[in-house]
Write a protein that binds this ligand. Structure first.
Ligand SMILES: *[C@@H]1O[C@H](CO)[C@@H](O)[C@H](O)[C@H]1NC(C)=O
Ligand SMILES: *[C@@H]1O[C@H](CO)[C@@H](O)[C@H](O)[C@H]1NC(C)=O
Length: 290
């Protein structure tokens, strides 16, 4: 209640003293990325040396009139600071001498977005509003490419950001495939959206597809390229399997010859058995090798 009175007393003053004392906001719109720091500024006239005892500064957030910061007659008073801002607010006091009220918010949250009012009383009183926008770009896209058989693939793109993004799918020729995709939104921490988009499509090998997260409000696009290929691992595996197969056949062949030479003395019965086992299961030829 006290702070409300404080504020309305200022407003009342303003009407009388507006002409004499004017607060300005050099930047009435601030855009900051979530997690960064931001400094909002208001200026006020100081003639000569600043008399700290006569200065009151108040920063409030308009929704619900949340108290952000109060300097009352030169003394900091954070008793009624709103819980949203605890530990993240600093008034850069060294600038007050120059008639600048700089409010720093560290580790900006999405919920910090809104309209702020800086009220200053120093002889007269006045205030200005500053609009703070907080952005969270869809910067990192996690992707998945899974074969569902019959030349059909399930492509997935997932990212976190704010506000909601439109996910656009395109093929190599930039033809729009968005209408075939399925996009869902979940809320993650601090109002972030977790956006997951899935496109199931027939395609040959060696194709590429694009998924673009279009953050309309921020006019930002982030694109991922998805390759459809025999995965490198797969190719290596196939090749190594072929290689192992060839070795086995060669071993079997050499083994058979060796066996033949070894066993020729022992009669036809043994050779036939050994050869038969070799053909049935090439791997078992190792048993006969020295
Ligand atoms: C934000 O400010 C704090 C304290 O002044 C500092 O430790 C931190 O490195 C800053 N963070 C960024 C992202 O600039
Ligand atoms: C983002 O992509 C959409 C759809 O492809 C396009 O209409 C828009 O102009 C792009 N915006 C930017 C900033 O590149």
């Amino acid at each position: 209640m006290g702070r409300l009175l404080f504020f309305y007393a200022f407003l009342f003053y303003c009407h009388f003293l507006n002409a004499l004392f004017t607060v300005e906001a050099p930047q009435s719109l601030c855009i900051v990325e979530r997690g960064n720091n931001v400094t909002m500024e208001c200026t006020f006239p100081v003639n000569g040396k600043l008399e700290f005892r006569d200065l009151s500064v108040s920063w409030e957030k308009k929704d619900g009139l949340k108290q952000v910061y109060v300097l009352h007659k030169g003394k900091e008073d954070l008793k009624n600071q709103h819980i949203d801002f605890k530990g993240r607010i600093k008034l850069l006091k060294e600038n007050l001498n120059l008639g600048r009220s700089l409010l720093q918010i560290t580790d900006v949250k999405l919920r910090d977005a809104g309209v702020y009012r800086c009220v200053i009383a120093y002889g007269g009183a006045d205030y200005k509003t500053i609009h703070l926008k907080v952005k969270a770009p869809y910067r990192i896209i996690n992707q998945g490419v899974v074969s569902t058989g019959h030349n059909e693939w399930r492509l997935t793109c997932q990212s976190e950001g704010y506000p909601e993004a439109v996910v656009i799918w395109q093929n190599r020729n930039y033809e729009d495939l968005t209408y075939k995709a399925n996009t869902r939104f979940e809320t993650a921490s601090d109002q972030l959206y977790l956006v997951t988009s899935t496109l199931t499509i027939k395609s040959g090998i060696d194709e590429i597809f694009y998924c673009t997260f279009w953050n309309k409000e921020l006019q930002e696009n982030t694109t991922a390229v998805l390759h459809i290929a025999d995965s490198t691992d797969g190719i290596l595996q196939t090749e190594s399997r072929r290689f192992v197969g060839a070795t086995l056949i060669a071993t079997a062949f050499v083994g058979s010859v060796l066996l033949f030479l070894l066993c020729i003395r022992k009669g036809f019965q043994v050779i036939l058995t050994g050869y038969k086992r070799t053909v049935e299961n090439p791997a078992s030829i190792r048993i006969y090798l020295p």
